[in-house]
Design a protein. Structure first.
Length: 346
């Protein structure tokens, strides 16, 4: 067993047996976790009803296609009033619902299709021992690029009164790197300073930023919103400018299927202009507003000159929508290019 442990599999799996057949490898695995949470009542349970086997194509192993045979437990929900009697443990991080391959194999096929297209990609998958047809490769690619699952994001600037907020629809396929851009343009920041997202103890940002201790910061360009969405609701903190310390509550909910071809992200609503850059964080901002409103304040003239035509009650929507369109078009460009490639190759 000690040798089997060195197999590089998702952490949540335990290897039971490896069967090397002539032309493929079967890896029998179980789940490390022995409890689950009922999807209806959210109550944990450890009472197993039965097991069923799920076959998932996985990354090739020793030059042979590999299949994971996962023994998946079905649980009893033990809550008296819950309408659900039993449920199956979801294979989070291993595959998607009704998936027939592991997420990591799907990722590999996606990158091959993205780089080489259908026909050359299919030949490459044969060489790599995870063969898949050109048509399937292209279909998988398109379904991922056209993924229009979206959620409604609420962005609130912490400690402001009246609250400075924005609401925007975002696709869950956005990376946190792009989400940072979306927040910058919808709030009206100028993207001059460092930033990061925090979810629990985990921080996400640019990998080459300075490290301030704690858990290492994960690469925001490699983390997608959907990777973090375990339910249809997600709350994170977005901090911009570690000097002024602008903290934002970022809340996404109402995750749903968007219409294909719609160019999200999309601005919905908001209130109040965001503070000018470098005004000294929340205390500096309110001090500035005070002296601006009071002609007798010793700082009044200086502040008025600094703010010029800044209007705290106004969101400048035109440049905001334009900037969001640019982000949406960048995403659409990939799709358009793919559609063209497909047409020219068929
Ligand atoms: Zn239940």
């Amino acid at each position: 067993m000690s040798r089997l442990r060195s197999l590089d599999l998702p952490r949540s799996l335990v290897v039971r047996r490896v069967v090397a057949l002539d032309n493929r490898v079967e890896i029998e695995v179980g789940l490390r976790k022995r409890s689950a949470v009922c999807p209806d009542c959210q109550c944990p349970t450890q009472r197993i009803h039965s097991f069923y086997q799920r076959k998932l194509a996985d990354l090739p192993w020793q030059g042979r296609p590999a299949t994971l045979i996962v023994s998946v437990p079905r649980f009893f929900c033990q809550t008296m009033l819950c309408p659900r009697r039993t449920f199956v443990m979801p294979l989070e991080g291993i595959t998607v619902r009704h998936g027939r391959q592991t997420t990591r194999l799907a990722d590999l096929h996606y990158y091959i299709a993205h780089t080489l297209g259908g026909s050359a990609g299919a030949r490459m998958t044969v060489r790599l021992c995870c063969p898949i047809s050109a048509d399937t490769l292209v279909r998988r690619l398109l379904s991922r690029v056209q993924n229009t699952t979206k959620g409604t994001a609420l962005i609130e600037l912490t400690d402001t009164a009246p609250l400075i907020w924005r609401e925007v629809d975002v696709p869950t396929s956005l990376t946190l790197r792009t989400l940072h851009e979306v927040i910058q343009v919808t709030m009206g920041w100028l993207d001059y300073h460092l930033w990061e997202f925090t979810l629990g103890d985990q921080r996400y940002g640019l990998p080459d930023n300075e490290d301030w201790g704690g858990l290492p910061r994960r690469n925001a360009a490699k983390t997608r919103l959907r990777d973090l969405l375990t339910t249809s609701r997600l709350e994170m903190v977005y901090e911009y400018d570690f000097g002024d310390g602008w903290r934002h509550r970022f809340l996404i909910n109402n995750v749903r299927q968007g219409k294909a071809g719609e160019g999200y992200p999309k601005y919905i609503a908001g209130q109040y202009a965001c503070p000018p850059e470098d005004c000294g964080g929340i205390p500096g901002f309110y001090h500035m507003l005070e002296s601006w409103a009071d002609p007798d304040h010793p700082d009044h003239d200086e502040v008025s000159a600094y703010l010029e035509d800044w209007n705290p009650n106004e969101i400048n929507e035109l440049p905001l929508r334009n900037a969001l369109n640019r982000i949406a078009n960048k995403r659409n460009a990939v799709r358009t290019r793919l559609n063209k490639t497909m047409k020219s190759s068929s």
